[in-house]
Design a protein around this ligand. Structure first.
Ligand SMILES: Cc1ncc(COP(=O)(O)O)c(C=O)c1O
Length: 399
């Protein structure tokens, strides 16, 4: 049985008539830019994540860029951001004219290692951008304490984590700004690109609203240089179709993760990354136990929403061997991410101080493999994934 890494049609096709109605509703108004659909969607997300201000944005990337612009971050400023993540975070920092300084990752939960972040603060450090990678919150108490101590702004890249929690609060609502993405593979995936920016700060919200539309207020008067960062009315209407289903999608992802953890952890050579090994929440983390495969885990107080279920496959060549094995059995899997930010060609000219000490990130890039976790996976498909991994462990010798 084939198991794709993601099946957007399995989620979208059952909602076809609702999408058609949403299309008709917007089409008939002839109102395609901003307006009632965008406002209604913003209100729905604000209530979902309990944010004071929510702004529909053209993409998650644009939400990060807009947040940086609203905080006046630019040339001469350094911004701490993860080495092990998707490119958009660091890309936006560089596009804003600031210098990204890459922070190493935690070997257990993949998020920012705050001990490394602390070492990399200089008088030029203006902000920190934690990414809630794969759907699990970074240590936001730690981030906020560090930011307070050094007067840093905090932009949460919650592109992969809308609705994830941190000690009872939604990620994205804790820092100065939070950025979400509705790229189709995200937990709340649209029918195209889309994003959202949240903030609790009235002044920052006002500035971001203006920058979203060319820094224009009133019409044709520009106090700031902004851009076109608007979310389409049609996209907002499509996303609204999915909002009522969101809790169900999340609960299915959590059930799928629990199933994998229960079943895979009984296989020889497989362990779950213990919370004690997390460098984000422990000042002296324990070493990860010896294993051929380490499974991810939700840390206490972190409501993981499992955008990805990411294995660490230990041993030279073993990750690629497992990827090839799964691919041969028509099981989708992906390496998020094969190259760290400090290794990217486009950042070759960054100063060496931006790129030092990312050893854990490099190791992760060689070991991680994400397996299917999407909400519509059937019981049979999940069994197939477990059976294929069990087969790999018994037929392939360890390095
Ligand atoms: C961590 C992270 N940040 C930012 C983005 C950018 O979001 P978008 O694709 O909506 O621009 C993504 C999306 O892939 C992401 O995974």
């Amino acid at each position: 049985m084939a198991v794709p890494l993601l099946d957007v049609n399995a989620q979208n096709h059952p909602l076809e008539s609702e999408f058609n109605s949403a299309f008709q509703r917007v089409f008939r108004t002839g109102h395609f830019i901003m307006g009632q659909e965008v406002t209604a969607f913003e209100q729905e997300i604000a209530s979902l994540v309990k944010a004071k201000h929510a702004l529909g944005i053209s993409s998650g990337t644009d939400a990060i860029l807009l947040a940086l612009m609203a905080l006046d971050i630019g040339p001469g400023d350094e911004v701490l951001c993860p080495a092990f993540t998707f490119f958009a975070t660091a890309g936006c920092v560089a596009r804003a004219g600031a210098t990204p300084v890459f922070v190493d990752a935690c070997p257990a939960c993949f998020n920012l290692d705050l001990r490394d972040a602390r070492k990399k603060i200089t008088p030029r450090t203006k902000a920190i951008v934690p990414v809630h990678l794969f759907g699990q919150s970074a240590n936001m108490n730690g981030v906020q304490e560090l930011a307070k101590e050094h007067g840093l702004r905090v932009i949460e890249d919650a592109a992969q984590a809308i609705g994830a929690g941190y000690r009872g609060r939604s990620v994205g609502t804790i820092g100065d700004f939070g950025c979400y993405s509705f790229f189709p593979s995200k937990n709340l995936g649209g029918l195209g690109d889309g994003g959202l920016l949240v903030t609790e700060d009235d002044e920052l919200a006002k500035k971001a609203i203006s920058l979203r539309n060319h820094g224009m207020s009133p019409k044709y008067y520009h106090s700031h240089i902004g851009g076109n960062f608007r979310l389409d009315a049609l996209q907002a209407a499509f996303l609204r179709v999915k909002v009522p289903h969101y809790a169900g999608y999340t609960s299915n992802r959590q059930k799928n993760a629990a199933f994998y953890t229960e079943r895979l952890s009984t296989l020889p050579g497989v362990t779950v990354a213990p919370a004690s090994a997390c460098a984000c929440i422990n000042s002296s983390p324990t070493a990860l136990p010896e294993a051929r495969i380490t499974l991810p885990q939700a840390l206490p107080g972190h409501d993981h929403i499992w955008n990805q279920y990411t294995l660490r496959v230990i041993g030279a060549g073993q990750r690629d061997a497992l990827r090839d094995h799964l691919t041969a059995r028509q099981i989708g899997c992906e390496i998020y991410y094969p190259l760290t930010m400090d290794q990217q060609a486009c950042f070759a000219d960054l100063p060496a101080t931006s790129k030092v000490g990312c050893d854990v990130s490099h190791q992760l890039a060689g070991e991680v493999l994400s397996i299917p976790i999407y909400p519509e996976l059937s019981g049979g498909q999940k069994e197939e994934v477990v059976a294929a991994i069990a087969d790999f462990l018994t037929t392939q010798s360890a390095a």
